[in-house]
Design a binder for this molecule. Structure first.
Ligand SMILES: NC(=O)c1ccc[n+]([C@@H]2O[C@H](COP(=O)([O-])OP(=O)(O)OC[C@H]3O[C@@H](n4cnc5c(N)ncnc54)[C@H](O)[C@@H]3O)[C@@H](O)[C@H]2O)c1
Length: 266
């Protein structure tokens, strides 16, 4: 497939662009920062929230699919979160409709349901329950993907990623870790699954202590191979573990993230 990867200069983007190219896909990269050293793909320096600039990339490239990783991966103000996650997704979806590109794979987040108290294995159809404005942005981006799947027949897959890291570093990560290799497996499965319409999955490895249901991913062909448990012996307990384990979104559900939705002048 000829795939546009947004956020290609970021931590997930660098792994995904190299791996998709190695697996035989033609990768076109996009990021708002300049082309990183060592990049071997076609590269566009574009802000994904700029609908005209995004449309110009689609007009120049003949694409089969989009992997949307561009976005600020942390809490921000409500307007900034909406721009980073919703406006960027909207610009891509409009360009996809205009240029007949039917597949979008999106880096959503566990923080879309992060305020859910953590008890049994979380199903994918649990109600949206964000823990931050970041999570609100991810919920709204998923809603937009659902709308465009219904309205235009696009295939849009939201991957609610846990903790993408080279290796797990905390007790929470033993449940939420997504290894780089499994991330590539997840993205490729979401890109190539047959006619999913709108679908969501939890983006974690095959962790023994998984908090979230892996079956929706498996139904799309995502078979994770790694397990954070292999690192368990090297991770020491911390005083934050109880907070981290109380809600799906871990530390994002704490008071540290409480703030007004909108900045005021006085
Ligand atoms: N890293 C994780 O564990 C994790 C977990 C859940 C979800 N995610 C999501 O995955 C995506 C990628 O995360 P990451 O960890 O690689 O973050 P990152 O900050 O390392 O990379 C994000 C990249 O997106 C680019 N970017 C940001 N806004 C942009 C815009 N408007 N237009 C063009 N480029 C823009 C940045 O320049 C950066 O290169 C984000 O959407 C994040 O919310 C990540």
């Amino acid at each position: 497939m000829r795939v546009l990867v947004t956020g290609a200069a970021g931590s997930i983007g660098r792994v995904v662009t190299v791996a998709l190219a190695a697996r035989g896909h033609e990768v076109v990269s996009l990021d708002r920062v300049p082309e990183p050293d060592g990049n071997e793909t076609r590269f566009h320096t574009v802000d994904c929230a700029d609908a005209d600039a995004v449309a110009a990339v689609f007009a120049e490239e003949r694409l089969d699919g989009v992997v949307h990783l561009a976005g600020h991966p942390d809490e921000a103000s409500l307007p900034d979160s909406l721009t980073s996650h919703v406006h960027t997704t909207a610009a891509l979806l409009d360009a996809m409709v205009e240029h007949d590109v039917s597949r979008l794979v999106y880096a959503s987040s566990n923080h879309a349901v992060g305020r859910t108290p953590r008890r049994e294995l979380l199903p994918i159809d649990t109600r949206p329950r964000p823990d931050t404005f970041y999570g609100v942005g991810k919920v709204a981006a998923e809603a937009l993907m659902s709308l465009y799947a219904d309205r235009y027949g696009l295939d849009t897959v939201a991957c609610r990623i846990g903790s993408f890291l080279p290796r797990p570093e905390t007790i929470r990560h033993l449940s939420t870790w997504l290894s780089p290799d499994d991330c590539v497996r997840m993205v490729e499965a979401a890109l190539t699954a047959t006619a999913p319409g709108f679908a969501a999955l939890y983006g974690i490895s095959a962790n023994t202590r998984a908090w979230w249901d892996l079956e929706p991913g498996r139904a799309l062909g995502y078979e994770p191979q790694d397990d954070a448990e292999a690192f368990a012996a090297s991770i020491s307990p911390s005083p934050e573990d109880d907070w981290d384990g109380a809600h799906v979104g871990g530390p994002f559900a704490t008071s540290t993230y409480h703030r007004p939705a909108l900045d005021r002048r006085d």
